[in-house]
Design a protein around this ligand. Structure first.
Ligand SMILES: C[S@@+](CC[C@H](N)C(=O)[O-])C[C@H]1O[C@@H](n2cnc3c(N)ncnc32)[C@H](O)[C@@H]1O
Length: 290
């Protein structure tokens, strides 16, 4: 299940190739498995990115065949992340622990947070070596006091919470926003997704925030289940949870209005269309630890 290796804190690397094909010798090539689809690369493909391989595109196309809304869902999810980070930054939070970061693209956590607080501190955590390589390349010129990239597994909260690289950037005596955006659906009930989320909340100072989005069944029962075939050849399988199960992740926090909603409906920045409202294949919310 979980990786046995401790969080890896390797130095920043040079920029990556522009054609989406990794210059492998620079990338810890042995760690990169091109035979299995990776959630980060599937998501990158859905968002129109170029950092994915045939195996990821095949998995995404299989999923899209069953669920054409997936691209719009991916965009809605990334937009939620942006609205949540902007809201929390405007409310005064300057520290962000982004777990399950994904391949950094426009509107990533650091970009949104620093538009509000140029000195915002951000730690990017993902278990996928490709994500770590991209994040490091992106941050190679960044101030190391303000950002870090940690390769670690969300299913090992202690590894993340005890990581020296995390503590070098984030002060746990002050509020931190923990982002678990579109990552907890890769953690099964057997791996106790709710208990591990609680470990993160417990470690936070009052005033901290938990941001979660998560895949759900949606109005066309069975559709996401069929699309999930795409992830069945991936390194992580997708677990669907309903609204109540998503709300349970916020134990120990007070939900901000409007509570846990379908993803496009969390504090939308435009009037929701019928198409937006039909994107009910996931739920999202933000809770504050009091
Ligand atoms: C769908 S992407 C979400 C990216 C970003 N959070 C967003 O919402 O825009 C899911 C990310 O979670 C990462 N992930 C999946 N399982 C993980 C785990 N057990 N530990 C850490 N990261 C994980 C994947 O590598 C991928 O980058």
């Amino acid at each position: 299940m979980t990786q046995e290796t401790p969080a890896q804190e390797t130095p920043a690397r040079g920029p990556l190739g522009q054609d989406g094909v990794a210059p492998l010798p620079e990338w810890d090539a042995p760690q990169i498995d091109r035979t299995k689809a990776h959630p980060a690369r599937i998501y990158d493909y859905l968002l129109g990115g170029k950092d994915n391989f045939d195996v990821d595109r095949d998995a995404a196309e299989l999923a899209l065949a069953a669920m054409p809304e997936l691209r719009a869902m991916a965009r809605a999810n990334r937009a939620f992340l942006g609205r949540a980070v902007r809201h929390l930054a405007q409310a005064g939070i300057t520290q962000f622990l982004d777990i399950g970061t994904g391949i950094p693209g426009p509107g990533n956590t650091g970009e949104v947070a620093r538009a509000v607080h140029p000195e915002a501190r951000v730690v990017y955590v993902d278990y996928d070596p490709i994500v770590s390589a991209h994040s490091r390349a992106l941050l190679s010129a960044a101030d190391p006091a303000l950002s870090a990239v940690v390769q670690a597994d969300v299913r090992e909260p202690k590894t993340i919470l005890d990581s020296g690289a995390v503590h070098a950037v984030l002060d746990f005596d002050r509020p931190i926003a923990v982002l678990m955006v579109a990552v907890l659906h890769f953690v099964s009930d057997a791996e106790d997704a709710h208990a591990l989320t609680a470990q993160f909340v417990d470690a936070l100072a009052p005033g901290s925030a938990l941001v979660v989005s998560h895949a759900s069944e949606g109005h066309e029962a069975g559709k996401f289940g069929a699309a999930r075939e795409g992830w069945n050849n991936a390194t992580s399988r997708l677990v669907l949870r309903d609204r109540d199960e998503v709300e349970a992740f916020f134990a120990g926090t007070e939900l901000l209005e409007p509570g846990v909603t379908i993803i496009p409906a969390w504090r939308p920045d435009h009037e929701l269309s019928a198409e937006d409202l039909a994107l009910d294949y996931g739920h999202a919310g933000v809770g504050i630890k009091r």
